[in-house]
Design a binder for this molecule. Structure first.
Ligand SMILES: [Zn+2]
Ligand SMILES: [Zn+2]
Length: 454
């Protein structure tokens, strides 16, 4: 789902952009928009330019076939508002080359994250429901806290009365979600966690609906700032998946980004031309300073670039596109249990990661107050070996941070390290971790009997 923050920041700078006094570069009529420094368009040519660009994104990739069911994640911001309208136009018989997939819209109500009241949340949801109804596409509105449930159950009944009821029922989930986010200390980690959870929720909803493709609304501007943000958060190896038209990190559900050739300014102009009203929601970093999180900082940096030096934004985006990583996607246990990206932690000895791990190892040995499993310890909580061989702190039954770290990618390890407790981590993540730990224990116990595989 497109970042809402982005929409907030990349509002149209001034009315003058709609009153250019220049002529359209295509038809020489009076231009009403200037999208880059030298590209002036009249209304008609601008709309044609947008629909053409949108359609060609599908044409180029050939990933969405006729009749495919597609889940469209709508945040209500500028980008996804334009996305829904472009889909409507593309599917209508007015379109020259009709798109032929079957969209289902979904709005995730993330009000719980910023502690909105039930009434506030319901108000936004009814607005989104009205917008969705007008499209006549099937739609779902789900509360974000559902991601905390082990298995997602959703009602096909999209009525708002039912929704209100479910908010009351899921109140404990909302608290659990807030506890989870609050267990991290920085806003960067909270935002990161939020987007990981959002992605997981979209995947599980798509799976429930037997839909194998999810469409999201990232623009080139958004992706440029995400690129900078990901690299600074140690997620460099996942950048190519995050930037591409299709993101196949999850094997069952593919994410596609049909707006990635659009700048955020173009989507805002499109909405203005079409008199579409986005429904922009506050986020974790609303009304915080520019440096409150890495995402916030890179967004404002890219917004400044876009205003002053628009071509540099596409340079960042194009550079990101060229980055690729050669991670092996074939091993079933090589995915991060948190973000489901391919693990990037199998690095040579002289890497930054191994240096970090080494220093963490040294400092963890000497942590005072933490009880190590010792030979002499007869405590019940001992790992079971009782000879100190595990070199770990006493286990308390459920998985702790040290169990989860090796199953996570570098970026997610940073989040986990920041967490004060892991008790609020959604059950499905823990279950997956337990499964993996069992599998690897079994594997190592039979290792001696296996033939070497070449
Ligand atoms: Zn024109
Ligand atoms: Zn991860």
């Amino acid at each position: 789902m497109c970042s809402i923050q982005e929409d907030d920041q990349f509002r149209l700078e001034s009315k003058s952009e709609l009153n250019t006094g220049r002529v359209c570069m295509k038809c020489q009529n009076l231009a009403v928009v200037v999208i880059r420094v030298n590209d002036a368009f009249c209304r008609e040519c601008f709309l044609k330019y947008c629909t053409h660009k949108f359609r060609s994104a599908f044409g180029k990739s050939k990933l969405i076939r006729d009749g495919d069911a597609v889940l469209v994640a709508v945040s209500g911001g500028q980008a996804t508002t334009a996305l829904v309208h472009l889909i409507q136009e593309g599917l209508s018989c007015r379109a020259q080359k009709k798109l032929r997939f079957n969209p289902t819209l979904v709005y995730i109500d993330e009000g719980a994250v910023i502690n909105e009241s039930r009434e506030e949340r319901l108000k936004v949801c009814s607005k989104m429901a009205a917008l969705f109804k007008a499209t006549s596409f099937p739609f779902h509105i789900i509360p974000f806290e559902k991601v905390m449930k082990e298995s997602l159950r959703y009602d096909s009944d999209s009525s708002l009365a039912g929704y209100m009821e479910s908010l009351t029922l899921e109140n404990s989930l909302a608290n659990q979600l807030r506890d989870l986010l609050d267990s991290t200390s920085s806003l960067t980690a909270k935002e990161n966690l939020q987007s990981i959870l959002r992605r997981r929720l979209l995947i599980s909803l798509a799976e429930k609906l037997s839909i194998s493709k999810v469409m999201t609304g990232e623009t080139s501007t958004h992706l440029a700032s995400q690129l900078l943000s990901s690299i600074s958060q140690g997620r460099g190896k996942h950048v190519s998946d995050e930037m591409s038209f299709s993101d196949g990190r999850n094997q069952a559900v593919m994410f596609v980004r049909p707006l990635r050739e659009f700048s955020s300014k173009e989507t805002a102009l499109y909405n203005r031309m079409m008199s579409l009203e986005p429904c922009i929601q506050p986020t974790l970093t609303t009304k915080t300073g520019l440096g409150s999180s890495i995402d916030r900082l890179t967004q404002s940096f890219v917004a400044t670039l876009q205003a002053g030096f628009p071509s540099t934004v596409s340079t960042i985006f194009r550079t990101g596109e060229k980055l690729s990583s050669e991670l092996d996607k074939n091993k079933e246990d090589d995915f991060c249990i948190m973000c489901q990206s391919v693990l990037d932690t199998d690095t040579p000895e002289s890497s930054a990661l191994s240096a970090t791990l080494f220093s963490q190892k040294l400092s963890s040995v000497a942590v005072p107050g933490e009880k190590m499993c010792k030979e002499t310890s007869g405590e019940e909580n001992c790992c079971g070996e009782g000879d100190g061989s595990c070199k770990s702190t006493n286990k308390t039954g459920s998985l702790d941070k040290e169990d989860l770290l090796p199953l996570s990618c570098y970026g997610c390890r940073l989040i986990l390290r920041e967490m004060s407790s892991t008790t609020c981590i959604p059950g499905n993540i823990i279950q997956e971790a337990e499964k993996r730990i069992r599998r690897s224990a079994m594997k190592s116990s039979i290792q001696g009997y296996l033939l070497e595989d070449e």
